[in-house]
Design a binder for this molecule. Structure first.
Ligand SMILES: *[C@@H]1O[C@H](CO)[C@@H](O)[C@H](O)[C@H]1NC(C)=O
Ligand SMILES: *[C@@H]1O[C@H](CO)[C@@H](O)[C@H](O)[C@H]1NC(C)=O
Length: 330
């Protein structure tokens, strides 16, 4: 392409992670575009602040992009892929190279395969689907004080992006290998579903443990033994204490998204892991219920991405306790 950019990347949608990845790409000479038509003013200003070009429709997005990254709440993954697959018109594309659609959402391998099927009717020299997942938090620029390395660049803090499927990003024609290393990507195999499955197995441990800590700490607080619990953890299992408290303090603004992610993990263990009902396949459906309670049954759920107050462990446990006391009265 006769563009001064390395490639044009469409991002749907612009939450914390989407905006962080947009900033990383923009800082490394990629053009980032999105469609925020109909979204709130705060989403639109978040997109502008991240130097993203706003386009009016999905059709414009698929006509101009070399890559589209889908980074949405898990329950919107299939709808987003469906929109893109149906907006795609090969004859309207500006580039001769295929459009790559990367689904980076927290979904089960089975959901990834459902999305793969949406792209089956398209000629894969024109439109290609890559399964993926994001492990870790949004990219962050290096602190202003950081010293640059021998190449004059300073490293960003980046999540790991795991990818799989028959069309490796590293081999994509439009700056694919550059994009692959900039995104800190890793190819985990040729099958659709491996990358999503890996993400689910990882998140099952981190977010699953946080749910156990939510139940343990709030119950200890109601019993009046929270400080004793923390003291014993500090003495006998300090790493669990650190992990659990960090998880409990940070989870509140994300709990509503994690409800569906936990269900996708349950589906992964059931359908790809083979864990049947009598052997505990419902654990993650129960954990989905724990995050549903945080989001809907406590004041913590009222913290939105716009208005975030994370508070201390004591604040979060107090809010959980109040929510549980309310439900006792019902
Ligand atoms: C994107 O474009 C379509 C039309 O192609 C429009 O219906 C939709 O609401 C737009 N906005 C978002 C946020 O997807
Ligand atoms: C810097 O350049 C060297 C040699 O060209 C290369 O091996 C290294 O990966 C580069 N580092 C970064 C952060 O780009």
């Amino acid at each position: 392409m006769a563009s001064k950019h390395l490639a044009t990347i469409g991002i749907l949608s612009i939450g914390d992670m989407g905006a962080g990845i947009a900033r990383l790409l923009h800082a490394h000479n990629y053009k980032v575009i999105t469609n925020v038509t109909g979204r709130s003013a705060s989403t639109q200003s978040r997109a502008s602040a991240a130097s993203i070009t706003l386009l009016p429709t999905d059709e414009d997005l698929v006509a101009q992009a070399d890559y589209i990254l889908s980074i949405v709440p898990p329950r919107d993954a299939i709808a987003t892929a469906t929109r893109i697959a149906s907006a795609f018109k090969p004859q309207e594309r500006q580039a001769a190279e295929p459009l790559y659609f990367l689904d980076l959402n927290a979904i089960s391998p089975a959901t990834a395969r459902t999305i793969g099927a949406l792209f089956k009717d398209h000629d894969d020299t024109k439109l290609r689907y890559v399964d993926g997942g994001i492990i870790g938090g949004p990219p962050k620029p290096p602190p202003a004080s950081a010293s640059s390395d021998a190449n004059g660049t300073t490293p960003w803090t980046r999540p790991s992006i795991v990818l799989s499927g028959p069309h490796p990003l590293s081999a994509a024609p439009t700056s694919g290998s550059h994009l692959f290393s900039l995104l800190n990507a890793r190819d985990v195999g040729p099958d659709i579903g491996s990358a999503s499955g890996l993400k689910c197995c990882f998140a099952s441990l981190t977010k699953g443990f946080t749910a156990l800590a939510i139940q343990s700490y709030s119950t200890a607080a109601r019993l009046g033994v929270l400080d004793e619990l923390r003291g014993h953890l500090a003495g006998f299992a300090p790493k669990l204490k650190e992990q659990g408290e960090k998880g409990v303090v940070g989870m509140a603004p994300k709990a509503y998204r994690w409800v569906d992610e936990m269900r996708e993990i349950g589906r992964t263990f059931r359908e790809d892991g083979g864990w049947a009902e009598e052997w505990g396949d419902g654990i993650y459906d129960s954990i989905a219920g724990t995050y549903r309670f945080v989001a809907d049954g406590t004041v913590l759920g009222e913290e939105t991405i716009e208005k975030r107050k994370r508070g201390t462990l004591e604040d979060v446990v107090e809010a959980l306790k109040e929510g549980l006391e309310e439900t006792d009265k019902l």
